[in-house]
Design a protein around this ligand. Sequence first.
Ligand SMILES: CC(C)(COP(=O)(O)OP(=O)(O)OC[C@H]1O[C@@H](n2cnc3c(N)ncnc32)[C@H](O)[C@@H]1OP(=O)(O)O)[C@@H](O)C(=O)NCCC(=O)NCCS
Length: 261
Amino acid sequence: MPQRRILHDQVHVWIKPPDIPGPDLHILRSVLDARELGKAGRFRFGIHRSRYITAHGFLRSVLAPYAGRSPEALEFGEAIHGKPYLVAEATPEPVAFNMSHAEDLVVVAVTGNRRVGVDAEPIRAMKDGRLIAARWFSNNEQAILEASPPEERDRMFFRFWTRKEACAKGVGMGTSMNWQAFDTSMRPDASASQGSGNRWWLCDLFVPEGCAGAVAVEGGPSEVRYFTIDRLPSRTSAEWEWKESLPGTATRMESMELNLP
Ligand SMILES: CC(C)(COP(=O)(O)OP(=O)(O)OC[C@H]1O[C@@H](n2cnc3c(N)ncnc32)[C@H](O)[C@@H]1OP(=O)(O)O)[C@@H](O)C(=O)NCCC(=O)NCCS
């Protein structure tokens, strides 16, 4: 399989929009390993099982060309707190990735030899948004949320939520991290207020309408390249027809630098 390359200062973002259904599940299922099949089999509801199989089949089909392997030949390990990684022997060059899937949306971020985290969520009504913000958001984030007009509040909530979760997934700690201790408000004082640690770059993502998303990558500002699909694959998941997509005109996505563990 020809190798897909990534430059050091790039992040590749692969998006399966919610309205593009996956191919027949048996095709995707055929590239999963025993652990993934076991996890898929433990879902109580068929819809959750199908989404899991689609997301993991999609992930393998995205990563395979970077690793120069077929999707089913990829081997994953799991770090403490469960962050998956590609085992080094499987790739000629280091490949780091992270995946987020929510309902029928799947987003995979890929980069080289540095940590990366991604999160994407459909924006939905959050009745208890204020309570969740009080538990997880920084003071600046809470203040901005409180000050935003009611019709904007859910969008703002998910903007902050996905930014923070991208950071927490990048570090690999997920919800075990102290989310209030870092500020993703992108206020001018936010970067300066961050504590010591490693340098990270956080960027909002151009995701399908009605969703919010963000990517966090170790190091400085990076070029984000987007890839998506608009039709079903015919045979195996490795043959999904990707196209590089340029974010729409209105999109100079917001970004910031911050320090994280
Ligand atoms: C993992 C976690 C970040 C998932 O977030 P989410 O919004 O529900 O789901 P997303 O779709 O964005 O991400 C899920 C994917 O992230 C990846 N992932 C799993 N653990 C991860 C971690 N610690 N860091 C980064 N990525 C992780 C996996 O690919 C996972 O896909 P899978 O669940 O289908 O295997 C969240 O559950 C968490 O914080 N877990 C922390 C683990 C932990 O310490 N738990 C303590 C007991 S509660």
